[in-house]
Design a protein around this ligand. Sequence first.
Ligand SMILES: NC(=O)c1ccc[n+]([C@@H]2O[C@H](COP(=O)([O-])OP(=O)(O)OC[C@H]3O[C@@H](n4cnc5c(N)ncnc54)[C@H](OP(=O)(O)O)[C@@H]3O)[C@@H](O)[C@H]2O)c1
Length: 342
Amino acid sequence: METNLQWRLVSRPQDEVGREHFEVRRVPRPVPGPGEVLVRNLYLLIPPSMRLWMNEKETYFPPQPLGEVMMGITLGVVEASHDPALSPGDYVNGMGGCQQWFVAPAAHLHKLAPRDGVPLAAYRSVLDVQGLTAYCGLTEIGRPRAGETLVVTAAAGSVGSLVCQIGSKLGLKVVGIAGGAEKCAWLRQVCGIGRVIDYKAEDVGARLDALCPEGIDIAYENVGGPVMDLVLERLRERARVVLCGLVASYNGAKGAPVAQRTEALMQVVNKAARIEGFLVRDYMHRHAEVVGILQDWVADGSLHYQIEVLDGLDNMVEAISRVFHGRNRGVQLVKISDGAAA
Ligand SMILES: NC(=O)c1ccc[n+]([C@@H]2O[C@H](COP(=O)([O-])OP(=O)(O)OC[C@H]3O[C@@H](n4cnc5c(N)ncnc54)[C@H](OP(=O)(O)O)[C@@H]3O)[C@@H](O)[C@H]2O)c1
């Protein structure tokens, strides 16, 4: 009998996620009922927010129940279908969980139409949630006008690097803030972002003053904490802060809670600026349109991204750790199984 390897969350991490928070079980492979589809997971996305789902407190998702398969954003291949909308061999995105197989109604899955020459993994990353987040966060909340100054944190990350490049395409003066020489070099040399700050090695305030002498019109914030304060302090009149995430806070306090200084926040008042939270699920109606635009840019070589794939669910904890220690190079995926339909 075919089995299904599952990772279940059995206790809630207080800070770092460890192997001890999961139980790994082999159960019988699920059988699809009427209207359902059997999917074999190929890739699991490791977004920073996965860490928040493990907490007891509700986020934009209900908390992950203990003892159940860990929620996971996956790309898979249909192996059996009881719905004419999907056929064996179709690639689908869905909430397939941290496991090898799952069944779901066809209506809960998003059928992919991968283009020749674009890696399949890109459809579980830049040509999906991250791309939509970057594009819609910047254009709808940032409301950019050519010539304005945009500062992006976690700028070499999967969302951040797209925001930087889309900003450049829109004629913005882009400043990216990232951790480490290698990430900064990638932004400069591959993504064409000339103004880059290595927050681990440079005086961020002084560099922002040098690179944004007239202040900041749009801040695309992915991290929070002290670097965000330095950005807020340099906001211009009527600036827009796209609050996309606060990744520095997700892993728990561990002695030193991540906080914002009130003096820095006061600049939002002083400059009548606006901070607005962004949630990608509010923009799913634009998915096809935005992914189409991004796909064209990927195909013509004008939009760059990195995808890092670790092999096997056994590497899931390591993949999560990489994202929270800046050891990921772009989108972090875990490969659950290989390519085409079995
Ligand atoms: N609101 C939404 O709908 C939505 C959707 C998708 C993503 N997001 C948010 O977008 C942000 C970026 O997500 P992503 O998937 O693109 O991840 P990512 O940027 O590819 O990876 C996370 C990066 O954040 C930085 N980082 C991690 N822990 C940090 C810490 N303690 N202090 C400072 N920097 C830290 C690291 O970059 P460095 O090495 O440069 O420090 C790391 O590589 C996250 O805040 C995420 O929650 C929001």
